[in-house]
Each structure stands twice: as structure tokens, then as C-alpha cells.
Ligand binder design. Structure first.
Ligand SMILES: [Zn+2]
Length: 487
């Protein structure tokens, strides 16, 4: 190690920042040029021919000098890399501090919601209220997801006014801008707000905090107006665009553990002439609950929403669905063949079936992968024995259309504060840049591979004009050409 340090310092006088042990070089612009000059004796054509995988995925945007600088400074390079976030739930952006502010404003008892305690509950461990479990002792993957969904449902039930939705959108767009996001396509779950919740966890929490008494027979009864939910989010998008420069749009997500009839009712409201322009597509999320795909080849959980998807498509909306996360490759297959989706959210468990991998790769269906959420929901630890599926997906030609946060306010690995900002350098704060850094760590992504993935995300955006898409890609190209570590 000392020999390498001495060598680099001799070659680059003044390069005192070189730290061989950490494997990091803090290069200045001039130094990058000098190091880049080493390339002159290397036959890259022969080398690249011998490394066809690396070669076939080159972004075409990052030259060798920039790639060299970026490889030594990946967090800085990724931090402002222009990217699209296509898989984020607005309800998953509710920070403990925002929940607390909403609880107070909505006249609920703030003594029942301590933001510091809620922050601690969300740290790497169980999501269950007051029931901390280290990750390694978590049970089956669906238990981890259900623990998260219980906490999520309780917090979502605190949101009761248009202003609540506006504020959480503004919170997210501020963080998105900090993370280099130029375009965000954001899920919202209106069924969760417009109807009393199925499990009762949300209504029970509100009652405990002095809110309306829960009616056990009132499940499915109307709660908020769709126009208030979508109105607050849209107001946030308009103001957020002006304040933070992020272009955003909404995707209505159905809850796959609820009835087809309820989803249809929601869709009918969303496609009314006065509402249709406020969303660009539909998706489907939440646990599959009792509707998980039947074994024995008869589809149900996903395929039963076919009429909803057909109606949405006829109304001019784009289609996606969560698949290949809680459920396996057969669910991805259903989404492709029965629902005819334009994108797949997650998709990682497609690796369980080579035929579905081939199908999704041949069709170039974009997958919106969420590495940190997959870790927190036990998909990577349990299904993949701790190995990231991103590299195998990549090698098999799956279109990884960006890396995404999913539910950033719930997904940190390490310590964050009640606003969901990192408290220590090693923390993955849950937002989109930390998803890139986690994937880079787990799958050895090079800077150029990060660029290709960001480019895929921009190419997979929906309802852009040709001019908008060309503008985003030009921004990515300029960033790659101009980027130097001092920036
Ligand atoms: Zn999701």
C-alpha cells in the first residue's frame, strides 16, 4: 500500500489526498488529464472485445477521463447525475416529522405520536410498532412487508386534508432535487384515503389519538374526496416545479389486496373529464393479502384486475404493476401477458424463471428496481441469500430502468433523523442516490453503468414530448462530458 501511495505521489506531485488504503484518489482536473494520458499504451479495442458484457452496455456518454475521475469519486458523481425516479410512493415520503405536524394540525393527540420514537422504529429493524427485531431475525419476507404496511397504513390514516397531501409532495420534491432527479413519476394510493381501511389499523390508530371513532362495520365507507387527495398533490407538483425545478407527474396505484369493484370505482372517478389530465397512468401495489397467485397455474391476484387495466388503457393511461417482489416470476408473467403493462415495478424475482427473463428482456419492458427497499423488505436477504439480483438481470438483458427509492422515508439503512437525513456517512438515507450507491456497492456498478441505468430511466418516462425527453438526455450527456471531481 505504501508503495502505491509513493508511486502516485511521485507521478502526481502534491497528490497528498491519495489514500491507498481507502482505494480513493481525490483528483483535480489536471491530475485527471495526466492519469488519462496513461491510456495511450493500452489497446482498448482488444480489451473491450474480450469483455463483451461491459462493452455492450456502454452508455456512450462517459469518456475515459470522466469515467476515471468518477470511479474514484462515485458518491459525488452520482449525487447530481440527472435521473428519473419512476418508483416512489408519495405515502412513503411521510417523514416522522411531517406525520407529527399533520397530527397536530388535524387535532389528533400528538402525545400518541412521538417523531423520535417513530424514527427509531423505522431504523434498520422491524417496522412493527414498539417491537424491534434485528433484520437477521426477521421471518418470511411477507412478514417484513406486512410489518412495514401496518406502520405505513397507520401513518397514512393521519392524512385527512388537501393541505396534508400538498406538504408531503413538497417534502419529496425538495429531496428529489437534491438527488439529481429531473423527472419524477409518483405513485399515490387514493383507495387508502378515499375509503376506510380494510385492516382497520389506520382507523384504530386515529381513534386512539382522539379522532373519529372506528366503525367496525364501516370498512370501505367513503372517507376523503378524491379531488382533495389529487388536488393537494397537483398543487405540490406545480409549486415544486417552480421552486425546485423537478418535473413531476402522478400514477394512480390500485391496492391489490382490495376488491376489483373498489378499484373500478376509484378509476371511474380518476377518468372523469375534469380529473383525467391529473394522472399519466395506473399501477398496483400493497401486499397481495389473501389474493396471492394460486399455485397450480391459475392466475388470480394480478390477473383479476384485467378489466381495470383495459379500461385505463382505453382512457389513454399508461400501465404498470408491482410484480416480482412479494410474488415471484409467475406474477411478472401475468402482468406482461394478461395486464399488458408498459413497465414492471421491482421485477427482481423474475430471475426465478429463465423463460420469463427471456420474455421481459426480449420485449425490453423497463423494470423500476429498488435495491434498498428490496433489502429492507427481506427480498435480497431471503430470496437471493444476500446477493443482489441486479448484475444477473443486467447480464441477461433485462432493462433496468433506473434505481429507485420506493418508500424513502421508511427505507434508510443506518441512522437518520426525524426529517430522514443521514446522521452518519455510512447511512443509506433511503432516497434515490442512496439506491444507486447501494447497488454500486452490492453489484459493483461502474460509473458508466450508473449512467446507462440513469439513461434507461429517462428513456422509460411516460407522456413526455420528444423535446422534453431530448432535453433530459442532453442534460445527462452534458453532465457526463463536463463532470470533474471538484464540482
Ligand atoms: Zn413500490
Amino acid at each position: 500500500m505504501e508503495g502505491i501511495t509513493a508511486f502516485v505521489q511521485k507521478l502526481l506531485p502534491g497528490s497528498a489526498d491519495f489514500d491507498a488504503k481507502a482505494g480513493a484518489i481525490a483528483l483535480t482536473n489536471d491530475e485527471v488529464m495526466i492519469v488519462g494520458a496513461w491510456d495511450k499504451d493500452i489497446n482498448f479495442e482488444t480489451k473491450d472485445a474480450m469483455m463483451p458484457d461491459a462493452r455492450s452496455h456502454k452508455s456512450g456518454l462517459l469518456d475515459r477521463t470522466s469515467a476515471l475521475a468518477a470511479s474514484a469519486n462515485l458518491p459525488a458523481f452520482v449525487s447530481k447525475l440527472p435521473k428519473a425516479e419512476l418508483h416512489v410512493h408519495i405515502e412513503g415520503c411521510l417523514t416522522p416529522e411531517r406525520v407529527h405536524a399533520i397530527v397536530v394540525r388535524n387535532g389528533l393527540d400528538p402525545k400518541e405520536f412521538d417523531p423520535d420514537e417513530a424514527t427509531a422504529r423505522r431504523q434498520c429493524g422491524s417496522w412493527l410498532h414498539g417491537d424491534y427485531q434485528p433484520m437477521m431475525f426477521c421471518g418470511p419476507n411477507e412478514m417484513a412487508i406486512n410489518a412495514f404496511l401496518t406502520e405505513y397504513t397507520r401513518n397514512n390514516a393521519m392524512m385527512r386534508t388537501e393541505q396534508d397531501f400538498y406538504e408531503v409532495m413538497m417534502d419529496y420534491l425538495e429531496r428529489a432535487a437534491e438527488n439529481g432527479v429531473v423527472r419524477a413519476e409518483i405513485f399515490f394510493d387514493p383507495q387508502m384515503h378515499c375509503f376506510e381501511d380494510n385492516s382497520g389499523a389506520g382507523a384504530a390508530a386515529v381513534e386512539m389519538m382522539g379522532g373519529p371513532k372506528r366503525d367496525p362495520k364501516g370498512i370501505g365507507k367513503p372517507r376523503m374526496k378524491y379531488e382533495d387527495v389529487v388536488g393537494g398533490l397537483t398543487r405540490g407538483i406545480e409549486e415544486g416545479k417552480a421552486k425546485y425545478g423537478v418535473d413531476a407527474a402522478l400514477i394512480l396505484s390500485f391496492l391489490q389486496d382490495r376488491s376489483l369493484e373498489e378499484a373500478m370505482e376509484m378509476l371511474d372517478q380518476a377518468i372523469k373529464p375534469e380529473n383525467i389530465g391529473k394522472i399519466i397512468g395506473v399501477g398496483m401495489d400493497n401486499g397481495t393479502g389473501p389474493w396471492g397467485p394460486m399455485m397450480g397455474g391459475v392466475p388470480n391476484s394480478t390477473a383479476r384486475f384485467k378489466p381495470c387495466y383495459e379500461k385505463a388503457k382505453a382512457a389513454g393511461l399508461m400501465l404498470t404493476a408491482h410484480a416480482g417482489e412479494e410474488e415471484g416470476a409467475s406474477c411478472v408473467n401475468m402482468c406482461l401477458d394478461v395486464l399488458q403493462v408498459d413497465r414492471i415495478d421491482h421485477g427482481v424475482r423474475v430471475m426465478e424463471d429463465p423463460e420469463v427473463v427471456k420474455k421481459i428482456a426480449d420485449r425490453r419492458v423497463p423494470c423500476t428496481v429498488c435495491p434498498i427497499s428490496n433489502h429492507r423488505a427481506q427480498i435480497v436477504p431471503r430470496i437471493f441469500c444476500g446477493e443482489s439480483p441486479i448484475r444477473p438481470m443486467w447480464v441477461n438483458g433485462v432493462n433496468i430502468a433506473g434505481l429507485h427509492s420506493d418508500d424513502p422515508a421508511y427505507c434508510a439503512i443506518g441512522t437518520v433523523d426525524k426529517y430522514c437525513y443521514s446522521c452518519e456517512p455510512q447511512t443509506y438515507d433511503g432516497y434515490v442516490n442512496s439506491a444507486y450507491m447501494r447497488a454500486a456497492r452490492d453489484s459493483g456498478l461502474t460509473p458508466d453503468e450508473c449512467v446507462t441505468i440513469a439513461k434507461n430511466s429517462l428513456e422509460a418516462c411516460w407522456k413526455l414530448t420528444d423535446e422534453q425527453r431530448a432535453g433530459y438526455l442532453a442534460k445527462l450527456k452534458a453532465y457526463c462530458t463536463d463532470w470533474r471531481p471538484s464540482q
